[in-house]
Ligand binder design. Structure first.
Ligand code: SF4
Length: 425
């Protein structure tokens, strides 16, 4: 079902669709969250399907003890909630005994109906008491009933915000959203060079290290899927800095500028710090721009990165945008990106898969960014695709990654040209 409406705060039209969707569930977020938070364990309370999803998405670590698992509630357990709680206590007891390195256990809810009936919040409090407060227990949901897989991180961080200590006196920049360590280190160096006094990243590398939060906190979002988290932070007194996302040379420059302006960094200092890495990024992007300019790209709703990616591909790579779909259109989080999209960009919020695929087949863009599940059928129809999940798993933010990000889009097109007998030099 689809109805064209005006996206209220934007000059761009957004079609709203509700219908069949093809997306992964929020459990997928555990893949990047467990890599980031190194003293945490993610225990999914779910079914065998959840265990399979997690294992195939995250892979099996051979040399290290994994920091995620699924407490599978067998059919016999589903007969009674008391059994489920007992099973959960037993699994957690084993885990805490075997893994003294784990300081925080995330209990991750899933969508089987009996799991939904389990009160994981209560279970977390009970377990915290049972284990003498030596390990923290935090519950959140990764259920497939939510709309898209990146909501798992939003749900996790929103829940963590409740545990942050309050302090209105701390003047700090809080960068929110999981970033690869290498990217975090690059940004930290830039913020230090700008002279921004206190910079913290949330989530950090250790779940125990919770940043204080209050009226002196300015929040800079590093990921575009954190609507609930940013509202929870605002309720604790923090202020959200309006900015685009740090994708590409221009996106990163504007993102850093938002922080610099909020902390009164003067223009000369800002230029001095950013000009060399910005110029390097522009130069590295140029070769990709040559290859991408004029090519058409459509983005199907999957990760919630679609609007920032569309901005990057149009503004910095010269691509022509076809339909740009997003699972949600959060105006407050997207205003700066929407303002940079070309006039007339065709936006869709939500998904009704079949009509959307029909429009895609009619348009036949040179490249389609979409979920894993529909990429192969589209490839079989001769459409070139890029998996949106790859863009979430790969470090793509910041000046130093701008060319790598563009390279993710040149590769499928280069492959097609090679198959067609043409080789780029
Ligand atoms: S949470 Fe739901 S959608 Fe996700 S793997 Fe488990 S059963 Fe499937």
């Amino acid at each position: 079902m689809s109805s064209p409406v005006l996206a209220s705060d934007s000059a761009l039209q957004a079609r709203q669709e509700r219908g069949q969707r093809a997306v992964f569930c929020g459990l997928t977020s555990i893949v990047w969250l467990h890599r980031k938070i190194q003293d945490a364990f993610f225990l999914v309370v779910g079914s065998r399907t959840c265990a399979h999803l997690l294992q195939s998405a995250a892979g099996v670590m051979i040399f290290a003890e994994p920091r995620f698992a699924t407490a599978i509630l067998q059919d016999k357990d589903l007969a009674g909630l008391a059994d489920c709680n007992e099973e959960l206590d037993r699994v957690v007891g084993q885990l805490v005994e075997r893994r003294p390195d784990i300081k925080t256990v995330f209990l991750v809810g899933s969508c089987p109906s009996e799991v939904i009936k389990l009160d994981l919040g209560n279970a977390a409090q009970r377990l915290q008491r049972n284990h003498g407060g030596k390990v923290s227990f935090v519950d959140f949901t990764g259920s497939g009933i939510e709309t898209t897989f990146t909501q798992g991180e939003d749900s996790c961080l929103q829940r963590l915000v409740a545990d942050l200590p309050g302090d209105d006196r701390v003047e700090q920049l809080l960068v929110v959203g999981t970033l690869a360590d290498i990217v975090e280190d690059q940004f930290k160096r830039l913020f230090d060079a700008l002279g921004i006094p206190a910079v913290r990243f949330f989530p950090g590398r250790r779940a125990e290290e919770l940043p204080p939060i209050g009226a002196g906190t300015r929040v800079l979002l590093a990921q575009p899927w954190l609507g609930d988290t940013s509202r929870a932070l605002a309720e604790r007194g923090a202020r959200l800095l309006p900015a685009p996302y740090p994708l590409g040379a221009e996106g990163t420059l504007a993102w850093l500028r938002a922080a610099a302006d909020a902390f009164g960094v003067n223009a000369a200092r800002f230029d001095e710090v950013t000009s060399a890495p910005y110029q390097r990024a522009v130069k590295a992007l140029a070769i990709h721009r040559e290859r991408l300019a004029g090519q058409t790209v459509s983005l199907l709703p999957d990760s919630q990165m679609e609007i920032p990616l569309a901005r990057f591909l149009a503004e910095e790579c010269g691509m022509q945008l076809g339909e740009v779909g997003t699972p949600f259109l959060e105006q407050a989080l997207m205003a700066q990106e929407l303002a940079r999209l070309p006039a007339g960009t065709e936006l869709t919020e939500g998904q009704d898969l079949e009509p959307q695929l029909a429009r895609l087949r009619a348009a036949r863009p040179d490249l389609t960014v979409c979920g894993l599940g529909i990429a192969n059928p589209l490839e079989a129809e001769g459409l070139r695709t890029k998996w949106s999940i790859e863009l979430v798993f790969t470090p793509i933010q910041g000046f130093d990654q701008a060319a790598d990000l563009a390279g993710l889009f040149t590769r499928p097109l280069a492959r097609e040209q090679r198959l067609g007998g043409f080789q780029w030099s």
